[in-house]
Design a protein around this ligand. Structure first.
Ligand code: MTE
Length: 315
């Protein structure tokens, strides 16, 4: 698959990005070490996650990232509760090593792969992406990861691999939110093979230059920055190459509200609210909402994936 990608001016300043990253880490250290913040928030195990060796990656937005505190205390991870601070408060004891991923379906190299096998061959990149939740809030997040395409190619998908299905761990003892039927567990997501192979699609292992905190989906989660945040499935244990379009958790739960594609689209409202604008977390309660960008601002890179598709029907 060949992609015609444009290099944004912000990507050329990769060294600056790298230095910015060091600054983020210092800020992160301040945020978790500062006594005022420490007094206000309980310390979670994620505060001590390991620093990762990374290089500046392409496609970073020039926007100022949200703080470590925003990124790690305002989360959606229903396996640890449905409140925004629940994942931060309830996931501290979640043990993510050893971890393995079962790869199956239409590929030449199915099998069980340890976390280390999955990650070790890849160079970890810093990529600052816009992160847009379907609930009409957004953040800018400095993820650490590597292109999902580079991982999937290692499993040698065959010509019948039209879609990729991902599953989260299902273990109600370790993920207490799974004791309640909020969703049909485990959480399932899917992409077309073209979406999965697109160089913006990231297999994420960290944030702010550190290993992924549990509440953000440790140890492996997906980020597809032109889609609503729910496509970014967390704590992945299964990857399957399929011939047919998989049913995803939110589609199964509320099919009238959530479709398979879930591309960020200001012109298609959620049935219960508008998607035309978004509230940037951390901007303050009086900050005006900002207009939502088509494909979350990644239109030049991804619009060609949907040529000929009616994006109103294929929401
Ligand atoms: N993955 C799992 N397994 N369970 C979840 O509840 N929530 C999704 C997505 N991935 C979710 C998940 C939603 S709705 C969003 S907006 C993003 O994770 C939030 O990612 P963040 O908490 O790192 O910002």
């Amino acid at each position: 698959m060949k992609h015609d990608l444009k290099i944004l001016p912000s990507e050329i300043t990769s060294e600056t990005n790298y230095h910015n990253r060091r600054q983020f880490i210092r800020n992160a250290g301040l945020a978790i070490g500062g006594s005022a913040v420490a007094a206000a928030l309980p310390l979670s195990s994620s505060a001590s996650t390991r620093e990762l060796e990374t290089v500046p990656g392409p496609y970073s937005t020039g926007e100022e990232p949200n703080s470590w505190e925003d990124v790690t205390t305002y989360n959606n991870f229903y396996e640890f509760g449905t409140g925004k601070e629940d994942p931060y408060r309830n996931s501290g004891d979640f043990v993510t090593r050893p971890w393995s991923v079962k790869v199956s379906g239409e590929c030449g190299k199915p099998g069980d792969y340890d976390y280390e096998d999955i990650v070790a061959p890849h160079t970890l990149e810093d990529r600052v992406y816009r992160h847009r939740c379907v609930e009409a809030w957004s953040m800018v997040v400095p993820w650490v990861g590597f292109p999902l395409a580079d991982l999937l190619r290692r499993f040698e998908p065959n010509s019948d691999a039209k879609f990729v299905r991902f599953k989260t761990l299902h273990d109600p003892k370790r993920m207490p939110g799974q004791k309640r039927p909020v969703l049909r567990w485990p959480y399932v997501e899917g992409l077309t093979i073209a979406e999965a192979m697109h160089p913006l699609t990231l297999m994420v292992v960290g944030v702010y230059g550190k290993e992924l905190p549990n509440q953000n989906g440790a140890p492996l989660r997906l980020i597809v920055p032109w889609k609503y945040g729910f496509k970014g499935i967390k704590s992945i244990v299964k990857i399957e190459f399929t011939r047919r379009q998989p049913k995803t958790s939110w589609e199964i739960s509320i099919p009238g509200e959530y479709g398979f594609y879930a591309n960020v689209n200001p012109q298609v409202d959620h049935p219960r609210w508008s998607q035309a604008s978004e509230r940037r977390i951390g901007a303050g309660v009086f900050a005006p909402k900002q207009p939502t960008l088509m494909f979350n601002g990644y239109q030049d890179e991804v619009a060609h994936l949907y040529s000929g598709l009616d994006l109103r029907k294929n929401y």
